[in-house]
Structure formats: C-alpha cells, structure tokens
Design a protein around this ligand. Sequence first.
Ligand code: ADP
Ligand code: ASP
Ligand code: MG
Length: 465
Amino acid sequence: MKIIMKFGGTSVADGKKLRHVAELVKGYQDKDYQIVVVTSALGGVTDAILEEAHKASKDGEVSRVKEFIADLTKQHHTATREAVGNNSNVEDIIARLDARIEEIEKALTGICYLGELTLRSIDYLSSYGERMAAPILSGAIGSLGVESSHFTGGEIGIITDDNFGSAYPLESSYKNIKKHLSPLLPGTIPVVAGFIGEDEHGIITTLGRGGSDFTASIIGASLNADEIWLWKEVPGIMTTDPKLVPEARPLEVISYIEAMEMSFFGAKVLHPKAIEPAIRHDIPVRVKNTFEPEYPGTLIVKEQKTVRNVVKAVTVIDKVALVNISGAGMVGTIGVAARAFSALANAGVNIIMISQGSSEANLSVVVDDEHLKPAVKALKQEFRNGVVGEIDHDVHISVVAIVGVGMAGTPGVAGKVFDALGQNKVNVIMISQGSSQHNISFVVKEGDAAKAVQLLHKVFSLEKL
Ligand code: ADP
Ligand code: ASP
Ligand code: MG
C-alpha cells in the first residue's frame, strides 16, 4: 500500500504530539506501507506569524518582533527536544531551525521599517511554519530508527502560478514530484512541508489557508498512491461542525462531489481544492483522527454504492457579505448581469452565491468580506450612468447549506428546510440551488446561522447517521 499521510496543525501541535505522529507513522512502515508524510505547521504558528507581520507593518515595533522571535524559538526548540529525544541529530535540527528563525526575524524587521506588507511577503513569511515543522517531524521519525528526509514544496517540484495567497500548481509539478519522491520509496519516509510551493522564478508561494490537504492530494496524484489520508483532530468529516452541534456524527463514506460541496460551503475540515487532484486517478481520500487511529474515519470516494440519507451534512460560511443591485431600470434590460459579473471578475472578486429575482429588478451576490469594498466600487463604477438604481450591502450575514447527492430528484427537501426555518422564525434573506441539486444554500442573518444549522441537523435526523 502506498499512502500519503498528512498531519494537520493540531496533530503536530507540540513535541509530544509530534512524537506520537512519528510513532504512528513507524507503525504503518512496520506493516510494509510505503509512506510519504506531509506536515502542517505546529498548531497556531501560521496564524501567529501572520498576526505579527500585520502588526509590524502597522506599528513598526521592532522590540515586539524580538519578543515574538524569542517565543517562536522557544516553542520550536522545546518541541524538537521532546519529539526527537536525546538523539545526536537534535543539535543539527536546532541549528537548521535557528537559521530559519533568523530569516523570519530579518523579514519582520524589514516590514517594521518599510511599513509595507505585500501578498508576496505574506506568502514568504507564512511558509515558515511548515518549513520548521518538517525537519522536526523527520528528525522524530529518524530517531525511531527509520530512514527519513525532509523537503519543502519547491524542493520536490511543486511549481505554481504566482497567485500569491492562493497559488495553483502547474501541470509540470506532477511529473517533478514523481521524479523526486519515487526513488526514495520504500526505504525512506519523506516528510514534505505542506501548504507551500514556488513559482517559476523560485519565489515561495502558498496554496491557501489549510493548504496542506491540497499538498497531500497533489503528491497522491503524482505518485498514483493507493489512498490519501488526512489526519486531523476530528473523527472524520462530520454531519456538521461539532463545535456548533455536539451531536454531529462522523460520516462513514461520502462522494468526491459531496466533500467538495461541503468544503466549498464552509466545512473547514477540508481544503476546497484538496479533492481535485485525487479525482484525476480516482484515489480514495480518508479523513482520520490522529488521536484515535483505530477508527476508520471518513472515506471519500468517487461514488457511494448505497445512499441512506438524502441530506448528509449542514455547513455554514461566515465572514461573507451580501451585495444587492436593484432598480426598475434593470427590468428587461439585456446584459445587466453580464456587466455586473465581468466588473466583479475584473476586480478580482470571488463570488460565492448568486440570485436574481424573476422580476429582474434585483441581482444579489454573496462575496468574501475582504472582497466587499472592491465589489461595491467595481459595481458603482460599471453602473455609474444609470440602469441600476441602488447598490447596497450587508456584512452581518452567513451562508448555510445542506449537502447530499441524494437530493437530486428527491422532491420535498427544500420544502422541509424552509418550513422548519419559517416555523422557528429564522428569516431567509436569499436562496440558491445549483441545477446539480447537490446542495441548497441560503443566506440568513449572522446571528441566526447557528440556530439554522442546529435546526436542520435535527430536521434531517443527522445525529442518527
Ligand atoms: P487540520 O488539522 O487538518 O488543520 P482542521 O482543523 O482544518 O484540520 O479541521 C478540523 C476542524 O474543522 C475542526 O476543528 C472542526 O471544528 C471543523 N469542522 C467544520 N466543519 C466540520 C465538519 N463537517 N466535519 C468535521 N470538522 C468540521
Ligand atoms: N499552516 C497552514 C494554515 O494554517 C496550512 C495548513 O495547516 O494546512 O493555513
Ligand atoms: Mg486545516
């Protein structure tokens, strides 16, 4: 069995957990699995680096950067000593980490003086979490007597476009990865830093937050692995976020489409692009709990043989905004939607949901919070000479969605959803259903989102799955 195993931030949060992961991996190696490990940054490190970078660009306080660097150093040194033990490699690893930390300090100090933080420098800085985790985890595996080496994304040939913050791998990456990693298997366990790649000029890029899932899947497709395993702190992909509904249940099997819809509609358990490379070679993806490895977790496959439940999961997207354009002049005027969407696309706005009333007097779109300003600006500019009467927006909203491929062709699902919401006085602001009928999504006030999720989880008896 050739398995790509990715460990998320919580799984490698500190030295003890890193050690546990190393032992887990060795256990599978002992059973003759061929393994490539992909690691996230130690839990919270990416967030902490980004927060410090933003602060540095605003207030330029070099003394706080020094404090931050001291904390980061201590955290990684402690983790290394705990994970690797009193092994002769420890000092090598520590020296390597210190070199990385010095680079972070230089970059942050530079940002303090310049007062500027570009997308490119954000990617450069946020890559360090994974670049420090990989040598520690590889050292921990090595200390158990297993041959291991560590790499960055660029070092194994993950070459991306230069869309910093959400870079996409070029097709050549798949061949490069195979060339770099294949000769190492089965003797060595390569540990690859997730989340990062390089553009064609060797500049570091990142694949988007939570991107280590995507790295694992890209490697899985390159090596035509038997399975891709994503190890997390949850027992699998669940019927909804267990933080919102404690009764949420892990799903035994779901289809690629359902997993993609769930991640697109806000289930933070999976990076939205992580399934795409697996589909290329029809590779099953498993989501497992690092701390309960004996449980099977969730298996994500092309098609599920028997579908017990029409609705499988409820998801929610926060930090979004609604933009509404309206006016009597829109009725019967051809091309308003086309103009609106091309203006939004030219402004780099990511559209999450679209709805147009059949009266044609208004058009609503949901966008990421951070895209609200450019969206409104682009629409105002496009329609400055009339046709559209008003452009207004609302930031205090959330998108809730129900997902399940069994919904296609099953009547009455939407009725059940909106009946329940109506009876419980949850006001629905906007509704959308794709023609694939794999989801129904709707907008509610931010404050109503948790209630809507809890209600629908019950209405579809998901706690009994
Ligand atoms: P990783 O360790 O790979 O970074 P994440 O922390 O990104 O894993 O994913 C697990 C988190 O996703 C959990 O903390 C959980 O609260 C959240 N989550 C949201 N929706 C779901 C869902 N449907 N199933 C499982 N977890 C979910
Ligand atoms: N460390 C990155 C993040 O926090 C990537 C990942 O964990 O997958 O977003
Ligand atoms: Mg994650």
